[in-house]
Design a protein. Structure first.
Length: 214
């Protein structure tokens, strides 16, 4: 795929000389292509790095930090991102399936055209995060803190928001909004009139309302 041209540090990137390792500091590195199984890179720092056309299956990046990082056409399957922090990160055309990303902090993160399946974001703090044109299926936001989070063009299916804390959470431009659990914890979130009509039955059930025409 090559280095993403819109990265301000793209011309300074150098290839990784090996797979990421635990408790290392990587600055200005580019991992392009390859499949990696059970990589152990917990506690590692990635600053001004890029990942492209790369697949990670399993493995542990718990406690890692991604700062000023671009990811394109990456696949993360069943990888642990527990207590991992993302700052100024862009993830494009990527897959996160079964990723355990609970307990971390995501700040100024943009996901574009990504498929997120069974992504665990429980107790994660999301600040100024945009899910743009993404497919979110069974994503768990339980006990997370969502501040300035938006979903333009995204499809949300069977999402969980139990015990979620929200501030400036905006669903209005999402293509669909299907909440499996936690409507009662979305007080203050913004939805449009069409989403309200679609969610009416679920909201009535949450509030204990009985809807009878006769």
């Amino acid at each position: 795929m090559g280095v993403p041209e819109d990265l301000p540090f793209a011309r300074h990137l150098r290839p990784f000389d090996s797979e990421p390792a635990q408790d290392e500091d990587y600055t200005g590195r580019h991992l392009d292509g390859g499949e990696f199984d059970d990589v152990k890179a917990g506690g590692t720092r990635f600053d001004e790095c890029a990942f492209t056309a790369t697949t990670f299956t399993g493995g542990d990046l718990g406690g890692a930090r991604f700062s000023d990082v671009g990811m394109g056409r990456t696949r993360w399957i069943g990888t642990s991102w527990s207590e991992t922090d993302l700052l100024d990160v862009v993830i494009e055309d990527s897959v996160l399936a079964g990723v355990q990303a609970h307990g971390g902090t995501w700040r100024r993160v943009v996901l574009r055209g990504c498929k997120l399946d069974s992504l665990n974001l429980r107790a994660t703090r999301l600040h100024d995060v945009e899910f743009r044109d993404c497919d979110l299926t069974e994503v768990d936001f339980g006990s997370a803190t969502l501040t300035g989070v938006t979903f333009p063009g995204s499809t949300i299916s069977r999402a969980r928001f139990t015990r979620t804390t929200v501030k400036k959470l905006d669903f209005r431009k999402a293509r669909s909004l299907d909440v499996a659990e936690g409507w009662d914890f979305l007080r203050g979130a913004i939805i449009d009139s069409g989403q309200l009509a679609e969610a009416a039955a679920a909201l009535a059930q949450t509030l204990g309302l009985q809807v009878k025409d006769r």
